[in-house]
Ligand binder design. Structure first.
Ligand code: DOR
Ligand code: ZN
Length: 345
């Protein structure tokens, strides 16, 4: 018997599209299944002002193939020089849906991020006032903190103090990778949500390191031990509206991944929905996939859910290309390591 599942069209609440040839190559992979996405601003140079976000939005729409629809939800990259007035103007015009906080040096193109959190106090207060969400890359960058502890330490040392000091600030902890992240989100009474990627529901740190180093599984925050993956699966499939999909699909060319100092990022846009359906199916939670991928995110961002739908059908394993051509070189598509039975029609 064919099994099929129709969902409101999903959105991606954390996506890297890059620019230029790479943007043109990866955008259709997302737009094929997703109606909207929160677009990460970590270009070189970063998208800091409303004017830069408007320019980037135009380039994204210009790169969209004919016949496809997609709405980029723009973000601003928070720096110590960010002007609160520019942020509120960009939010009030409807252009910008969130501000992104990268601790300086935490990940790809984060050098202009925040070092001294006192310097962004004015912006955070303004965001709390106008209800604009702060998307947070939740890792400390101190050299002495072990990379596997950086999320947990960030919650205690940075995130909780920011939230205490800024009542009403709405925060999305992005791409959580730990049980600590899950617990922290659950402990908040309001104004806190978290995105979870498809790949962190599938891989743990052994996938990266056992039997040889697998650069295509390296991303930031890095995947943690299995108990943390299980906590993420429970959170994603548990129906709690504070958890929603943000793929963090982050394309890098194979040359840049398969290198002595490989870039962080998993490219999942192509097969993300099939991977998620497989994970939710295994958990007996297919009825909760729509909440995670299509309903909880819009609710947090106070946007309507999409009217359009997609249908997933279960059958013989589906195949996706191993890599896509980006114009800058091949980009490997995330390999979940198990067959995918759910096809997006
Ligand atoms: O793995 C990652 N890749 N994590 C990030 O935070 C940034 C992203 C990228 O831009 O490549
Ligand atoms: Zn990201």
């Amino acid at each position: 018997m064919t099994q099929s599942l129709t969902l409101r069209r999903p959105d991606d609440w954390h996506l890297h599209l890059r620019d230029g040839a790479m943007l043109r190559a990866v955008l259709p992979e997302t737009a094929r299944h997703f109606a909207r996405a929160i677009i990460m601003p970590n270009l070189v140079p970063p998208v800091v002002t409303g004017e830069q976000a408007a320019g980037y939005r135009d380039r994204i729409l210009a790169a969209l193939p004919e016949g496809m629809t997609f709405e980029p939800l723009m973000t601003l990259y928070l720096t110590e020089e960010t002007d609160p007035d520019d942020v509120s103007a960009a939010a009030e015009s409807g252009l910008v849906k969130a501000v992104k906080l990268y601790p300086a040096g935490a990940t790809t193109n984060s050098a202009s991020g925040v070092r001294d959190f006192d310097k962004v106090r004015g912006v955070l207060d303004r965001m709390a006032e106008i209800g604009l969400p702060l998307c947070v890359h939740g890792e400390v960058t101190d050299a002495e903190i072990d990379i596997f502890d950086r999320e947990a330490v960030f919650i205690d040392r940075v995130l909780d103090p920011i939230r205490q000091a800024t009542p009403g600030l709405r925060v999305v902890m992005e791409h959580i990778t730990t049980e600590n992240g899950v617990d922290y989100v659950k402990s908040a009474e309001k104004d806190l949500g978290a995105t979870i990627t498809a790949h962190h529901l599938v891989i743990n740190r052994n996938h990266i390191l056992v039997g040889g180093i697998r650069p295509h599984y390296y991303c930031l925050p890095v995947a943690k031990r299995e108990s943390h993956r299980l906590a993420l699966v429970a959170a994603a499939t548990g129906g709690d509206a504070r958890f929603f999909l943000g793929t963090d699909s982050a394309p890098h060319t194979d040359a840049n991944k398969e290198s002595a100092c490989g870039c962080a990022g998993c490219f999942t846009a192509t097969n993300c929905m099939s991977v998620l359906a497989e994970v939710f199916d295994r958990e007996g939670a297919l009825d909760r996939l729509e909440g995670f991928a299509s309903l909880h995110g819009p609710a947090f961002y106070k946007l309507p859910a999409n009217d359009a739908t997609i249908t997933l059908t279960k059958g013989e394993p589906v195949t996706y290309p191993d890599r896509i051509d980006s114009g800058e070189g091949p980009v490997t598509v995330f390999d979940p390591g198990f067959p995918l039975h759910w096809r997006v029609d």
